[in-house]
Write a protein that binds this ligand. Structure first.
Ligand code: BV8
Ligand code: ZN
Length: 264
């Protein structure tokens, strides 16, 4: 019985090795590598994902309600305090091995003359702390702006009390994209372009449920010129049908394995 069990686990190890080798080969052959990350890549740094249930004061609200113009106007203090709590939670967090491996991949691509673009749905700054310069399509939770005249608010905003815009007396809010709001045009155009030029598209730590970000994979796949190779890294495989290789692993564990062999 023992040998049967060994062969099954050997089998799955061999399969995993083959998947890694195939992905490394596709990256070596690629001219453009495009990566899309979601909340899952920050999970191992201790930042809860959007799928995680809200807790405390906000446990009876869904993130989609709080992260919206409607939610803010209905209860500005509750939403402002939700962001203050999230900023406090995020500010001392450090990048994990997944973020660092993506920066190494970027350096590898540059050394090989390949184009590399990192697109992130995340509003934390962990990619930046590990040296990357992501296209932030959902904004940055550490920045603020006026909800009425959109003027950036660069003064201290650590208070739990609501802050009024010095220019128009409107309410100050975080510079993130709320549900129902358009994505920043320049960032979205760059993300769209990088997806449409991709030879390898990596979708990492995203449930692929928030649009238009979740549509980038299908848009990349629908490109006429030639097939794009799609890699997904997520312990909970998504319903994305265009994925060529799915790793049911944590990004912080899998990415170093994928990148280390590539660069050594
Ligand atoms: C738009 C900033 C045009 C805020 C975010 C009705 C009215 C209006 C719009 C809509 C509507 N119905 C649908 C829409 C479109 C809507 C949408 O997609 N809704 C969803 C809920 C269906 N989209 C929008 O509104 C977008 N704008 O469409 O504009 C428009 C304009 C007007 C009217 C109509 C259309 C704006 C979307 C942006 C919202 N803002 N963030 C804030 O942070 O407070 S999105 C927010 O969700 C975060 O950025 C986060 O990234 C994202 C959630 O997605 P994920 O990143 O995937 O995170 P999630 O928690 O879901 O999943 C984590 C995954 O990680 C899991 O799968 C897990 O298994 C995995 N994981 C866990 N651990 C690990 C891991 N993976 C790897 N390693 C690990 N260790
Ligand atoms: Zn204002």
């Amino acid at each position: 019985m023992e040998t049967k069990k060994m062969s099954i686990s050997d089998n799955s190890n061999q399969m995993a090795k083959d998947k890694l080798a195939l992905c490394q080969q596709k990256i070596r052959q690629a001219k453009q590598v495009t990566v899309l990350t979601g909340a899952g890549i920050s999970a191992e740094s201790g930042i809860p994902t959007f799928r995680d249930k809200q807790t405390g004061l906000w446990e009876n609200f869904r993130a989609e309600e709080l992260a919206s113009q409607q939610g803010f106007l209905a209860n500005p203090k509750l939403v402002w305090q939700w962001y203050q709590m999230r900023r406090q939670l995020i500010q001392d967090k450090q990048p994990n091995a997944g973020h660092d491996a993506l920066f190494q991949l970027e350096q590898y691509c540059q050394s090989q003359g390949k184009a590399f673009t990192l697109i992130s749905q995340n509003v934390d700054e962990l990619h930046e702390k590990s040296g990357s310069n992501p296209i932030k399509i959902h904004g940055n939770i550490m920045k603020n702006q006026c909800n009425s005249c959109l003027t950036p608010y660069t003064q201290d905003a650590s208070s739990n009390e609501l802050i009024s815009c010095p220019k128009c007396d409107g309410l100050v809010r975080p510079s993130v994209v709320w549900f129902g709001e358009n994505l920043p045009e320049e960032a979205w155009n760059q993300a769209y372009e990088a997806a449409s030029q991709a030879d390898v598209f990596m979708s990492i730590g995203t449930s692929s449920q928030v649009y238009p970000a979740a549509g980038l994979i299908d848009m990349a796949k629908s490109r006429k010129k030639h097939a794009v190779f799609v890699i997904e890294i997520n312990p909970n495989p998504t319903e994305q049908t265009s994925v060529d290789v799915q790793f049911p692993n944590q990004a912080g564990k899998l990415l170093p394995m994928l990148i280390n062999q590539l660069t050594n």
